[in-house]
Design a protein around this ligand. Structure first.
Ligand SMILES: Nc1nc2c(c(=O)[nH]1)N[C@H]1C(S)=C(S)[C@@H](COP(=O)(O)OP(=O)(O)OC[C@H]3O[C@@H](n4cnc5c(=O)[nH]c(N)nc54)[C@H](O)[C@@H]3O)O[C@H]1N2
Ligand SMILES: Nc1nc2c(c(=O)[nH]1)N[C@H]1C(S)=C(S)[C@@H](COP(=O)(O)OP(=O)(O)OC[C@H]3O[C@@H](n4cnc5c(=O)[nH]c(N)nc54)[C@H](O)[C@@H]3O)O[C@H]1N2
Ligand code: SF4
Ligand SMILES: [Mo]
Length: 920
């Protein structure tokens, strides 16, 4: 404090709230309230690096759109309530229904984006005090197949691999994982490790060509849904070629012979496996050889494996190959479930799923239930598994579950058959939603809304993919009346008379209780578990605040240490060859391949695959606020093979309707060249808040894996048809025309729209079905320009159907609208850049109506590198100027030199331009 007026901004160490990589950040907020976020050089996950989503976090901790107060919907309108009144309503509403219809008539639907402390309290309340296990989580949609696979094979849900292991491996196989975009910093660590050790090989198994497969040594574009065939084939190959660790199998496993027989039976020779998986037999053989000869091999997998009607079998088919070769429990080897959400793992530790109990104890084992009930001193304990996510919403639809409290998830967007979710919530007697954001597709159905603290305000812990617990620390005061989720839950418990068991007034007390439970009965003769946080018991506020990132298990001095063998670190799970099944042996699980549930036919001839793009997070409630993240992918799209586009009668850049038997959406056609025949890809991010009709969850088949209950998000039969429109257009405006979603004059004028947040403007893409004339009058109404003397420039060519208008205020651009009968509208990049100019010069004014700058080179094109804001046209110019590698581009333009996640795209652009240069 130099002048005594305002304190120096301090860096607060916290953890990124996006992916399960779990990077450490340093957040700093200036006196003017602007937050900047950089990587924490001390954090063992990222050592100071961040991907673009992490780096743009500062842009998302803003008051815009926040839910500020508790509220109740009365006759369709929201009324503000005080916290005590809102909590009374929640407690009374749930109590009334429980008393009337029993504990299974109510449910909680929570999220891997809760902190461990929130999650722990939610589970304790429901399983111990409501006495029902009707608490499930969006992790059911995410990694429940991995959990089920781990439990079948290891007896406990244990991820036996660390990021260090990944760097030690000779071979890393990424199955159904677009790591380059979804876990960018982990992927960067992998690429760096390969640079250091060129003998290391990277194999990617994914039907699509992705940013990840671009960097692979070998890509297996497997037929969607056939991974079990592939891994059974690999197991057979390993057996036939004598790459089996017989000593390990005999000493530490069970079920090998039966599993081997099924694999041999169903896989046959590699030729038939290649045919089943639609792979080139040469490529498949190369993969099997690589796997056979690499002692240190890690098979990492995510949603292409888990989100399948045979997801759990896919997981076990992978684990079988590791058990058969004894490549587990050693450094640089093992199966590795990469988790999606920041606290997917923390949720698993506290028993977040409806078929689990806290602290890796088993809901279905009476002794475990007794242990937990004793520890909680609870009046009852759930004694049968609760409903899994899809079944839970079906039960709401059927009127069996009558009250639901939704926390930190947006099921109207993210569940399969998502319109059914809408219908279910619309008729549910009591819907409580705790969220950070006021207007989401799900809050629209809430009877009671509770404001939660956002990232930057919350305090607690999260666990990443490699079992590392990190603190999320608050560095901002809560906005409005936002409160921690654990607090709201505890307040309801108190209203039900359980104050003594929910005495918390700070997060560290909850963490301490959780840590104690992991140690409770954790002995060979009672309930042995690998999860043990005994060494973290007793942390007070100061100790908790100082908690450095820590991988579990963390044993207390008095607990038996995990024995180390072969010089492996004690943290190496299964290093002692002991598993957590009854006989302490790992289990081989026979996996008979099953085709995906939805069958293609003439009406629905294409497979819909859904997933993520690099710069958006789920339903965009956060990344949708960050201009830096807006333009890498600015619109929802359907990506197809050019031949499928031809057969479907759709053209690139036009709009198309994608339909399944469950529902349809309308999105922009993209022909990226990345799709195989018969498959299409649609991103999951665009909710009703950001587009008129792009919620792809509506289409998704609600079929689930029979063991895990995880939905088949990657395989729904669909068709694609043209969506004919009379005009295409876009508007850029300083006014937030999209704030009230469909209600603004701008979006109401269109049959289809989508919007994003730019730097100082909102960009709306529009299309209309009627060839309305008189654009001049309409345009003013659409942009809300009422003053007849407004500084307004326009150009119209009625015969061509082209119209352009610009509204200026005090010499600055305020808004513009461009209309054309074709989707070939001017580049948004240059026009957008004008919003940053304090004054337009005469050249800009002329350029405005043409839609392009008068001077060459001023249009950067769509963003490729979001870290440095480098556009496609700038990069293309540099490639034409001689840059031949991503490194040379980086040296000249800086693109790709920070988080590196655009490097695959830079490679692609170089290849594309080269191909064009050689063919023209
Ligand atoms: N940018 C960004 N990053 C994120 C997220 C985000 O929203 N945005 N979300 C986070 C979360 S919660 C999650 S769960 C993770 C998800 O991370 P990922 O699992 O990497 O992402 P997805 O895009 O869902 O799907 C992965 C890949 O599976 C492939 N696939 C589809 N069907 C099959 C199949 O049958 N077999 C195989 N082998 N592959 C198949 C798809 O083509 C896709 O490329 O990402 C996390 N990180
Ligand atoms: N078609 C298709 N659907 C999918 C998938 C797919 O691949 N394809 N993937 C599935 C997967 S893996 C996942 S993980 C899900 C994700 O799907 P969702 O969980 O539905 O998506 P989010 O947008 O992350 O929703 C989180 C919500 O919680 C709010 N929020 C954030 N932090 C907090 C907090 O601390 N407290 C509270 N109370 N609220 C908070 C946010 O504002 C937001 O509204 O989607 C699933 N759905
Ligand atoms: S990789 Fe990116 S999104 Fe994931 S935790 Fe790290 S900074 Fe956050
Ligand atoms: Mo996820």
């Amino acid at each position: 404090m130099m002048d005594g007026s305002s304190p120096e901004p301090r860096d607060i160490a916290s953890t990124c709230p996006y992916c399960g990589t779990g990077c450490g950040v340093l957040a700093r907020t200036s006196a003017a309230g602007v937050t900047t976020v950089v990587g924490d050089p001390q954090h063992p996950t990222n050592f100071g690096r961040l991907c673009v989503k992490g780096a743009a976090l500062g842009e998302t901790v803003v008051p815009r759109g926040r839910l500020l107060h508790p509220a109740k919907r009365v006759a369709g309108a929201l009324q503000r309530l005080s916290w005590p009144a809102a909590l009374d309503e929640v407690a009374d509403g749930f109590r009334r229904i429980i008393d009337r219809d029993g504990p299974d008539a109510v449910a909680w639907y929570v999220s891997g984006q809760l902190l461990t402390e929130d999650y722990y309290v939610a589970n304790k309340l429901v399983k111990g005090f409501v006495g029902s296990a009707n608490i499930d989580t969006n992790s059911r949609l995410c990694m429940s197949s991995a959990v089920a696979g781990h439990k079948r094979a290891f007896g406990e849900d244990i991820v036996p691999v660390s990021y260090d292991d990944l760097e030690q491996a000779e071979l890393v196989v990424l199955v159904g994982s677009n790591t380059a975009w979804c876990h960018p910093i982990l992927f960067q660590r992998l690429l760096k490790a390969r640079e250091r050790n060129p003998a290391m090989k990277l194999v990617v198994i994914d039907p699509r060509r992705t940013a990840t497969s671009e960097m692979a040594d070998l890509h297996l574009p497997v037929r969607p849904g056939t991974d079990v065939w592939l891994f059974n084939g690999l197991l057979s190959y390993l057996h036939q070629h004598g790459v089996i660790d017989t000593a390990f199998i005999e000493a530490h496993t069970s079920g090998f012979a039966r599993t081997m027989a099924i694999a041999d039976n169903t896989a046959g020779d590699l030729r038939s496996v290649a045919a089943a998986c639609k792979l080139d037999p040469g490529v498949l053989t190369e993969f099997c050889r690589l796997f056979a000869r690499s002692e240190r091999v890690i098979t990492a997998f995510s949603m292409g494996v888990n989100q399948s009607s045979s997801g759990t079998d896919k997981v076990n088919a992978i684990i079988n190959c590791h058990l058969a070769t004894g490549r587990i429990g050693k450094s640089g080897a093992g199966p590795f479930s990469i988790t999606g959400q920041p606290n997917a793992m923390g949720g698993r530790e506290v028993g977040g799923l409806s078929n689990m109990l806290a602290a890796h104890l088993d809901l279905e084992v009476a002794a475990h239930r007794a242990l937990v009930q004793d520890f909680w001193q609870s009046p009852r304990i759930a004694d049968k598994p609760g409903l899994k996510a899809v079944d839970l919403f079906d039960a709401i639809d059927a009127g069996i579950v009558k009250a639901v409290w939704i926390m930190a998830t947006n099921p109207v967007v993210s569940l399969p058959d998502a319109d059914k979710v809408k219908r279910a919530l619309a008729k549910c007697e009591l819907v409580v939603v705790s969220d950070v954001i006021a207007d989401t597709d799900t809050t629209a159905f809430a009877h009671l809304l509770l404001p939660a603290q956002g990232w930057g305000e919350k305090d607690g812990t999260v666990t990443n993919s490699e079992r590392c617990i990190s603190r999320q620390r608050a560095f901002l005061p809560p906005i409005g009346e936002a409160r921690p989720d654990w607090w709201a839950l505890s307040e309801v418990a108190r209203r039900w008379g359980h104050g003594a068991q929910f005495p918390y007034d700070a997060a560290h007390q909850i963490f301490d209780e959780h840590a104690r439970l992991t140690r409770f009965g954790n002995r060979d003769d009672i309930a042995p578990r690998y999860l043990n946080l005994g060494g973290l018991v007793g942390l007070d506020q100061a100790g908790y605040d100082q908690l450095a990132p820590t991988r579990w298990p963390v044993l207390a001095g008095t607990d038996a240490p995990v024995p180390a063998t072969d010089g492996a670190a004690p943290l190496q799970a299964f290093a002692d060859g002991r598993y957590y099944t009854a006989d302490r042996r790992a289990r081989f699980v026979p996996t008979a391949p099953q085709a995906p549930a939805g069958r293609l036919d003439d009406d629905y001839p294409l497979v819909l695959n859904t997933g993520r793009v690099r710069d958006h997070w789920h339903t965009m409630t956060r990344t949708g606020l960050a201009p830096r993240l807006a333009t890498h992918v600015a619109e929802p799209f359907v990506d197809l093979h050019p031949q499928d586009a031809l057969l479907s009668g759709v053209r690139e850049h036009a709009l198309a309707r994608v339909s399944s038997v469950h529902g349809s959406c309308v999105v922009r056609v993209r022909l990226s060249g990345e799709m195989p025949r018969n498959s299409v890809f649609v991103p999951i991010h665009w909710s009703g808040q950001f587009a008129s009709d792009a919620r792809v969850g509506k289409l998704v088949n609600p079929v689930v894996d029979p063991v895990s209950g995880e939905p088949e998000f990657k395989h729904t039969p669909v068709r694609v048809e043209p969506f004919s429109v009379a005009w295409h257009g876009f508007a850029l405006s300083r006014d937030d025309h999209g704030a009230a979603a469909g209600a603004s004059p701008l979006t109401a004028a269109a049959a289809w729209w989508t919007r994003i947040t730019g730097d100082g403007y909102t960009r709306s893409e529009l299309a209309g079905r009627r060839p309305d004339g008189d654009w001049s009058a309409r345009a003013r109404a659409m942009l809300g320009v009422v003053d007849p003397d407004a500084d307004w420039l326009e150009y119209e060519d009625p015969t061509a159907g082209v119209f352009r208008a610009v509204h200026l205020v005090d010499g600055r651009i305020h808004a513009c609208l461009f209309i054309s009968p074709r989707p070939d509208l001017p580049s948004r990049a240059w026009l957008s850049s004008l919003f940053g100019k304090p004054q337009l010069d005469p050249g800009d004014r002329i350029g405005l109506l043409i839609g392009e700058p008068l001077a060459q080179g001023e249009d950067a094109g769509a963003t490729v590198c979001s870290c440095f804001g480098i556009g496609r046209k700038t990069i293309e110019a540099a490639i034409r100027g001689g840059c031949a590698t991503p490194a040379e581009l980086g040296a000249q333009l800086k693109c790709g030199t920070n988080c590196g996640s655009c490097v695959p795209e830079l490679k692609g652009l170089i290849a594309e331009l080269r191909a064009r240069q050689t063919t023209t």
